[in-house]
Design a protein around this ligand. Structure first.
Ligand SMILES: Cc1ncc(COP(=O)(O)O)c(C=O)c1O
Length: 402
């Protein structure tokens, strides 16, 4: 009998640079929880974990699709009624020159496919700092060179477009905008968006517009503007999906809308479609929720926005009176990204907070923040009493530790 040898399967070298701090910390949280501690989770952007129930008519639409036998693979780009609903809503909102719409396994897969068919090793995409880390994880996998521009905390977390201009080079394939923003909760102004459009036009680079939180703006002053509506003449991929606005992140339904000149986009879209065909399809019955979501009652959104507005207020009021914490008030999404004036790094802060006070937030360094700065990202989805209890513990922690 051959002897059984212990050996390790080594991961590919490209995995060295792939990081996703939001879920990585959950491993430590599990350890703390196993010891019998009750953890207050302010770390994951999943509304279904809190008091945001899925609209029942969407559940019914998926049930019906399953009962009606739509349980096989779907068309690779998505089912027709859903594609038409996405296109119809976009056109109503002012999108022109729509060259393709396709549905994926969450916007996450759509983003991965769009980057994979765009970026060669050594290319770069201008990504924001801080950033939702899916993009850097996928770009690292593709061998792209990191290239970031700052979101300016002193200017309401708006992108620094002048810095963007300095960072564009001959290997830059696209500029990424996440608006409304994760992790800062910022909503970008028309002036900012117009400046980005002008830059993309001047340098012939494409724009990737992640607008997954577009319906979750709770600041009465700000309205969401899709950058694609400002520039039908430049190639733009707009990402969106059901996860956040329609409260079904577990259904894994997202999409992309490609706008711009047909002849410019054609080879790129054909290659992206090829990749989508290779992975067969997005989940079939869940796509039947898209049309009722976009065309049916939107009542839940009012309730969601009102809850978010109040929870954001509680967060801002706490930050205003807490030593060492400074917050630019969020206007959309459900994230707050206060800076921390502390003598140690923010990962240590977050881990110690978790172990000592059982509150879980994510460290700013997990979002590629500006070097030298320290932050934590708070998800303010939980109910006000949970938020209140968590904030009390963070204040206690800060007072005791510094
Ligand atoms: C900015 C942003 N884009 C994309 C996603 C991915 O969403 P999904 O894959 O559920 O559509 C998230 C999830 O948190 C996000 O915050």
């Amino acid at each position: 009998m051959p002897t059984k040898q212990a050996y390790e399967i080594q991961p590919a070298a490209r995995m060295e640079n792939v990081r996703y701090a939001i879920r990585d910390l959950a491993v430590l949280a599990d350890e703390v929880a196993r010891k019998g501690n009750k953890i207050l989770y302010l770390n994951i952007g999943d509304p279904c974990k809190y008091d945001f129930p899925t609209p029942p008519h969407l559940i019914e639409a998926v049930h019906k699709a399953m009962r009606d036998g739509y349980n096989g693979y779907a068309d690779s780009l998505g089912i027709r009624p859903a594609l038409e609903a996405i296109r119809g809503e976009a056109e109503l909102n002012g999108f022109q020159n729509i060259q393709s719409v396709f549905i994926g396994i969450g916007s996450g897969e759509v983003i991965d496919s769009c980057l994979t068919s765009l970026v060669n090793p050594g290319d770069n995409v201008l990504t924001p700092s801080p950033e939702y880390p899916l993009y850097s994880a996928v770009l690292a996998k593709l061998g792209a060179t990191p290239n970031t521009y700052a979101l300016n905390e002193d200017n309401d977390w708006q992108p620094d477009v002048e810095e963007m201009a300095l960072k564009i080079n001959d290997r830059t394939r696209a500029i990424l905008l996440i608006n409304p923003n994760n992790p800062t909760g910022a909503v970008f102004s028309r002036k900012t968006l117009e400046a980005v459009v002008e830059l993309a036009r001047r340098h012939n680079v494409m724009i990737l517009a992640d607008e997954i939180y577009d319906k979750l703006i709770f600041d009465g002053e700000r309205r969401h503007i899709s950058i694609a509506t400002l520039a039908p003449d430049i190639p733009i991929m707009t990402f969106n999906g059901l996860s956040k606005s329609y409260l079904v992140p577990g259904w894994r339904i997202g999409w992309a809308i490609a706008t711009g000149p047909r002849e410019v986009l054609a080879p790129y879209l054909e290659s992206t479609h090829k990749l989508l065909r290779a992975r067969l399809s997005a989940p079939h019955p869940f796509q039947y929720a898209i049309q009722p979501a976009l065309e049916g009652p939107q009542d839940h959104l009012k309730v969601v926005r009102e809850k978010l507005r109040r929870r954001c207020e509680v967060t801002a009021a706490w930050a205003a009176k807490t030593p060492r914490v400074k917050l630019v008030a969020p206007k959309g999404a459900f994230y707050a990204h206060p800076s921390l004036d502390i003598p140690e790094d923010d990962l240590t802060f977050v881990k110690e907070l978790l172990m000592q006070k059982h509150v879980l937030v994510v460290h700013g360094s997990g979002f590629g923040q500006k070097p030298g700065t320290k932050h934590m990202r708070i998800v303010f989805l939980p109910q006000e009493d949970v938020l209140g209890a968590a904030y009390e513990k963070i204040t206690e922690f800060i007072r005791e530790r510094y």
